[in-house]
Design a protein around this ligand. Sequence first.
Ligand code: UGA
Length: 443
Amino acid sequence: MQLTIFGTGYVGLVTAACLSDVGHNVACIDIDASRIAALNEGKIPIYEPGLKELVIRNAEAKRLSFSTDSAHGVRHGEIIFIAVGTPAMEDGSADVRYVQAVADTIGKHIESYKVIVNKSTVPVGSAEMVDARIRAVLNARGSNVEFDVCSNPEFLKEGSAVEDFMRPARIIVGTSSQRVREAMQECYAPYNRNHDKLMTMDVRAAELTKYAANAMLATKISFMNEIANIAEHLGADIEQVRRGIGSDPRIGYHFIYPGAGYGGSCFPKDVRALAKVAHDHGHQPELLDAVESVNERQKDQLFAKLSLALDGEIKGRRIAVWGLAFKPNTDDMREAPSRALLESIWAAGGTVSAFDPESMDETRKIYGERADLVLAKNADEAAKGADALVICTEWKQFRVADFEWLRQNLRNPIIVDGRNLYDPERVRQQGLLYLAIGRGDSL
Ligand code: UGA
């Protein structure tokens, strides 16, 4: 099929690369000329395992192209995906101005029937809004071209985006039109390996499904962080509790890892946006508000534990930080718990020596060159001579640590572990003070 994707951000680029890889002819359109120029040279603006190879392979095969020409984009696609950003506004609600701009562009250039797909995470009612905007532009043009708008939310995770797209648990399409259903079925047919993954439903239900899924997962995490904090007060080990409850299939093992709080571009933004929309419609979302506030509190846990270990004396001390990205296999630092930690250390007069396998450039972009931040070449360099070590991200390479070396090379033998990577007994036997999350060490 001929497909067009507006937006070459995370979702747009992964969607385009994966759809071209199964044989569709995909045109990507973005208003950012420098981004398009870079993509045409095979330069991928984000780090995502497998994505670069996919983009290069399909661009070479002429199944994937990048351009700023939106008129061409509208002509090219039988299906046109809107996958532009919906950043959070000051009050927490989603800013849909980029979605609106694409809708206006489509209205301006559309000459024949198109299926228009909202893939961005957009508030409930957005498909109707896009429909109305296109219709208004068409009316002004005196045109009566037909089109349909549907919702097709994306559920991929950063770090395994390609894999998630290629093997989806489900493909949600919100539409009441048979024509749209057939077009989307054809588009996604290659991903239906053993059974039909495509689920159609009402458009508003599809839009809410996206927020509900993220809010549910965020709730699981905040719940576990709450229990972890209780476990600390009770002298119980949350990791044993986690295995105990996860074995119940009604609960399951996924997304019950306690930690330093959830971050990233989705959970924090989507939980807030859903809560805001509920408030605006006269419903008090008590649970969602609590999920958010538990998470904010959790992000302060690492600094609180560090202060405890250093008797409140952070000023003039250098803290080693392993992991800066909001999770492994990405360079994304958006709402990363590491940022709350770094900023608290600096506010208390301490300095940081940090290492992350992928997000050093991102860190430099956010914080610039500053005397109280050393970006080390590797994990050992960050830790050597530091007053304590704090682990923020569970990169694989941090899972195996040389505790003997750490005891000798840290100025104080202190590890604060925000990801529960190690067996507390083992670390303590090596003569290190080990403060993890919910492992019996009460604040
Ligand atoms: C999340 C969802 O998992 C995707 O399904 C969704 O498509 C995406 O948001 C989106 O809306 O675009 P993502 O933000 O990439 O994906 O990352 P996750 O793997 O879900 O992790 C989010 C945060 O939760 C991370 O900070 C992670 O460390 C934390 N987390 C996750 C925990 O603290 N504990 C867990 O058990 C799992």
